[in-house]
Design a binder for this molecule. Structure first.
Ligand code: PLP
Length: 392
């Protein structure tokens, strides 16, 4: 019989042979982050984005459960039809206040927010300039919007300025705030200057920075000492530090009205469940009130870094809760991750194409839900695992 799906099995085998095939683990009920239950065994999670330890906060579960009873399970339609409820609207107002912007617009996911922003703001005749290590959703959004795309060397504001210097109707300079695979921050002050000098708009996707960086958790712009006008377009997610689900764009009244009218990933999709919006708003309030969560996180990051450096592990210069350990090949990353898993620690192996070839890594993420002992136990397991060390 002819193969009805020619090529698929062979391509999957090829991925497998190169140690690049992805598999999922199934988490079972009964454990709360930073613990997960896999095959009946409880294991410590060092790969979630639950930086503030809010995803399993019982207060948020209670708010969400109450909102489900009040609003039902689903929104029933897109925002522009009948799906935009008072819960969604209250969350947008809270996000505008939190980010210091005129308005905010809720999207279902960060991926969709980025598609929406770039497709609404750029098209043929426009120029989108991106950091090479930007999140996949920003890269995909730029490709899809039809604008000319130029990429610059990671975190190099001079290279960004040089790329911006090209004929275009509108210029967007687009960057992650805190880079998800390296844990470093964009040189936002220099990028702002480059954008300003070239008549470009700075678009900052602070999916990992919001709630975590800056004295009050306002993210990488606050940490860089910049005011909100430096980046007229700010993208954030609600599924990482805020522990729930969803995403938003914050900016001026005109920006938000433009997105409502032009962003296809906003218009042609069902609004998130109102209960999700209710929980996200509660999470935003808790994150703002409970500054100890950021302080705990900072202390855990320092504890991890000093321990890992003492072991000779190859860390990247990251002061964030994202702490990659470079191991080189996909095989080495997978083996180290498997070894740790057997010892009871869930640390993701990150391989190409998510990161450049030759830089496969273990990506350790820390959470305010961890305690010192969790970090110490992970360090002990890392010491025993066979991981390449830095030359002394
Ligand atoms: C996670 C992430 C996204 C996607 O957000 P989701 O809400 O998970 O779809 C977008 N941008 C960056 C920089 C991210 O890290």
């Amino acid at each position: 019989m002819p193969d009805p799906e020619p090529g698929l099995a062979a391509a999957l085998d090829d991925l497998e042979a190169r140690q690049l095939r992805r598999h999922r683990r199934i988490a079972e009920a009964g454990a709360s982050l930073p613990w997960a239950r896999i095959d009946g065994r409880d294991i410590r999670v060092f790969c979630s984005n639950d930086y503030l330890g809010l995803a399993h906060d019982p207060r948020l579960a209670e708010v969400m459960a109450r909102a489900v009873r009040d609003w039902g399970a689903g929104a029933g339609a897109a925002h522009l039809v009948s799906g935009h409820t008072a819960e969604h609207h209250a969350l947008e107002e809270a996000l505008a206040r939190f980010t210091g912007r005129q308005r905010a617009l809720l999207f279902s996911t960060g991926y969709m927010a980025n598609l929406g922003v770039l497709s609404a703001l750029a098209g043929r005749g426009d120029l989108v300039v991106e950091d090479r290590l930007n999140h996949a959703s920003l890269i995909d959004a730029a490709r899809l919007c039809g604008a000319r795309v130029r990429r610059y060397r990671h975190a190099d504001a001079d290279a960004a300025a040089e790329r911006l210097d090209a004929p275009a109707r509108r210029r967007l300079l687009v960057t992650d705030g805190l880079f998800s695979m390296d844990g470093d921050v964009a040189p936002l002050a220099a990028l702002h200057a480059a954008a300003h000098a070239n008549g470009a708009w700075l678009v900052v996707d602070d999916a990992h920075g919001l709630g975590v960086l800056g004295d009050s958790g306002r993210g990488s712009l606050e940490a860089a000492g910049l005011d909100t006008t430096a980046a007229p377009v700010l993208v954030g997610t609600l599924g990482k530090a805020f522990g729930v689900f969803g995403a938003f764009v914050a900016g001026s009244d005109d920006l938000i009205e433009t997105l409502i009218n032009r962003a296809r990933s906003y218009i042609y999709t069902t609004a998130p469940p109102p209960a999700v919006a209710a929980a996200a708003r509660a999470a935003l309030a808790i994150a703002s009130e409970e500054g100890w969560r950021r302080q705990r996180l900072c202390a855990l990051v320092s504890r991890f870094r000093s321990g890992a450096l003492a072991l000779g592990l190859r860390l990247l210069p990251s002061a964030s809760p994202i702490q990659p350990i470079l191991v080189g090949t996909p095989k080495a990353a997978l083996e180290a991750s498997e070894t740790l898993f057997r010892k009871g620690f869930w640390v993701a192996a990150i391989r190409p194409p998510t990161v450049p070839a030759g830089t496969a890594r273990l990506r350790v993420t820390l959470s305010a839900a961890h305690v010192d002992q969790d970090v110490d136990d992970l360090l002990e397991a890392l010491a025993a695992a066979d991981i390449a060390r830095a030359a002394a």
